[in-house]
Design a protein around this ligand. Structure first.
Ligand code: 13P
Ligand code: SF4
Length: 359
């Protein structure tokens, strides 16, 4: 497949730093499935053949090949969350992980361009860590019910109501909300962050269930908010117990955005990467991942000893990111993530404090 670069260039000016950058204009690649493309993508198909039927591969492979070629031309890196669909997770992503890993990796990359395959708050976090780089999100409508549940004004009111109490903000929030907080946390480090202040009371927002699950593990008293993940709040302890009855020996592995009732019946609770590591290291004969559906699809090929049992719920926001959208992003250098510089400097401090905490 040929990538044709036009001599004309698109000039972008960095909002925060004022630096200008030029991008070559690239002609749309031909997306015909050819023997050359079949050969070039055969090693990738091996990783997804357990979930993508062979008959569907010719429709995906040309776009995967075009994206991987374009990444080199743009000096771009694709950072993808564990909830991305298998053709993205295994086909085009350079870095995959949970929110904490993605924030750390975004801080380390030396690529000029980051394409964030995940939801908008994740792309904002990458931009905060890289004000000088171009951060693209294939569909900026990819939101999050937790990020939508709270505003910067809400955080200011909480501070007035609880003067002097540190504010820990889950990364699933807008940059404006992060800017009002002392430090961020993710599902991987929430307890560690809460305890890092050495005080007896902390505000942990906006996920009520994450806050309650952390409160059950620490002596720190936690004030929270009424935000919920629309995907994880749908699971109930009753349905999980029914699955356990039907599948003796099955392990229930939950994300801490689930309700405390669900966490109480789980064999293990952790971030998306901790869930994956648990399955890979313990190799349970049957596992129920109480989280977004793509997780099980992504690791099923690497976990041949484990049978994954339904149910799972789809995150409609994560599902907005598609191969076609990623290709379009790299061709047109859009949609670019920008953050008001005054907000960015304060929000960055909260994310950096988290990233710099010793793990
Ligand atoms: P992780 O940080 O565990 O990857 O979770 C992010 C998320 O949005 C889960 O719904
Ligand atoms: Fe937000 Fe829930 Fe989707 Fe994660 S799964 S991005 S918390 S809505």
């Amino acid at each position: 497949m040929e990538i044709v670069i036009d001599r004309r260039a698109k000039t972008e000016r960095r909002a925060e730093t004022g630096r200008a950058r030029k991008y070559p204009v690239i002609a749309r690649p031909d997306l015909t499935y050819t023997p050359e493309i079949a050969a070039a993508t055969a090693h990738l198909y091996e990783k997804v053949k357990h979930v993508i039927p062979a008959i569907e591969w010719p429709a995906l492979a040309p776009t995967i090949k075009a994206i991987n070629d374009l990444k080199k031309v743009r000096n771009a890196v694709i950072i993808a969350h564990n909830y991305q669909v298998p053709e993205i997770y295994h086909g085009v992503a350079d870095i995959v992980g949970d929110s904490l890993a993605l924030a750390r990796e975004a801080a380390r990359t030396d690529a000029d361009v980051i394409v964030q395959c995940g939801v908008h708050f994740m792309a904002e976090t990458s931009k905060l860590m890289n004000p000088d780089k171009t951060v693209l999100i294939p569909d900026s409508r990819a939101g999050c019910s937790l990020a939508e549940s709270i505003t910067a004004a809400d955080v200011r009111l909480l501070r007035q109501r609880y003067p002097g109490v540190p504010v820990v903000t889950y990364v699933n929030t807008s940059a404006e909300v992060k800017a009002e907080s002392d430090i961020c946390c993710t599902s991987a480090n929430a307890r560690q962050v809460v305890e890092s202040f050495g005080v007896d009371r902390v505000i942990l927002i906006p996920d009520e269930y994450l806050a309650k699950n952390v409160a059950a593990e620490t002596h720190v008293r936690i004030i929270t908010w009424h935000g919920h993940c629309e995907v994880h709040e749908r699971f109930t302890a009753e349905e999980l117990l029914e699955y356990r009855d039907a599948h003796p020996g099955m392990e229930i592995i939950a994300h801490p955005e689930c309700s405390p009732d669900v966490v109480a019946v789980a064999d293990f609770t952790g971030s998306t990467s901790a869930m994956i590591n648990y399955v890979k290291s313990r190799k349970p004969p049957k596992a129920l991942l109480v989280t977004e559906c793509s997780m099980a699809s992504n690791i099923a090929g690497e976990s041949p000893d484990t049978q994954f049992v339904a149910p799972c719920n789809l995150c409609p926001h994560m599902q907005r990111i598609t191969l076609g959208g990623i290709l379009e992003s790299l061709l047109t250098m859009s949609e670019e993530v920008t953050i008001d510089p005054a907000v960015a400097s304060r929000a960055r401090r909260a994310v950096e404090r988290m990233v710099n905490l010793q793990s």
